[in-house]
Design a protein around this ligand. Structure first.
Ligand code: CA
Length: 235
């Protein structure tokens, strides 16, 4: 699960990044509202046009008190662009007006600092679940993924997938019959700072092809661009 954390307090940001990473989340940290606004704009347009660019995070954790463009303005602009990415606001102030204003501008949840990190983790998971594609969407042909148990099934047989193979296959299934680029796959399954080559994606794809060979669905290569899932023609 991809989290974008926007917090200008470097010590707090580092601490939260460690905690969330420890819970298996891929966390990217930005320190200003302007950076966050730019990143979310690019992610939104990349998503729409399938152009190369950062993927949309599953959840945004947004501090209200940021230098320059504050958290309120970031969330206002995000919603003005029509984005539905879940946003959790962090506020140092215990002022009720702040919470009301944040929610009215389109934030989904908030936490008042200082907060207990397990609460943050639980709320982020709940927000991501609420916004996740429906379980039914993660099936195609005779292939089905169960996101809760992280198991993949071909017909009535469970298949073994590594964590990375799982993430690649989940991303492809979330996009159904739409083409995704290698870079989009990398952006979706890794934090932005982390490295993975496009060759590595090819390796995961070829392993997945063997594992889902009889699933009635195949991973088609779109030369020079990326991949898409395709239902196998009926025999
Ligand atoms: Ca702050």
């Amino acid at each position: 699960m991809h989290v974008l954390l926007v917090e200008d307090d470097a010590v707090l940001a580092d601490g939260l990044q460690r905690v969330l990473s420890g819970h298996g989340m891929a966390v990217d940290v930005l320190h200003s509202g302007a950076e966050a606004d730019a990143r979310l704009q690019r992610a939104g347009s990349a998503h729409a046009a399938h152009a190369a660019g950062p993927a949309e995070p599953a959840v945004v954790v947004l501090d209200i008190g940021l230098p320059g463009i504050d958290g309120f303005e970031v969330v206002r602009r995000l919603r003005a662009r029509g984005s539905a990415i879940p946003v959790l606001l962090l506020t140092a102030r215990d002022a009720i007006e702040d919470r009301v204003r944040g929610l009215e501008l389109g934030a989904d949840d908030y936490l008042v600092k200082p907060f207990a990190t397990p609460e943050l983790v639980a709320r982020l998971r709940a927000l991501a679940r609420r916004n996740a594609p429906k379980a039914a969407a993660l099936a195609m042909g005779d292939l089905a993924l169960d996101s809760d148990t992280k198991r993949a099934r071909v017909k009535d047989r469970f298949i073994e997938l590594s964590a990375r193979e799982w993430a690649v296959l989940e991303y492809l299934l979330q996009h159904g019959a739409r083409v995704v680029s290698k870079q989009q796959i990398i952006d979706a399954i890794l934090p932005w700072g982390e490295d993975m080559t496009q060759n590595a994606v090819e390796v995961y794809i070829s392993r997945l092809r063997l594992k889902i060979a009889d699933a009635g669905v195949s991973i088609r290569t779109i030369r020079g661009f990326g991949y898409m899932l395709e239902l196998a023609p009926h025999a």
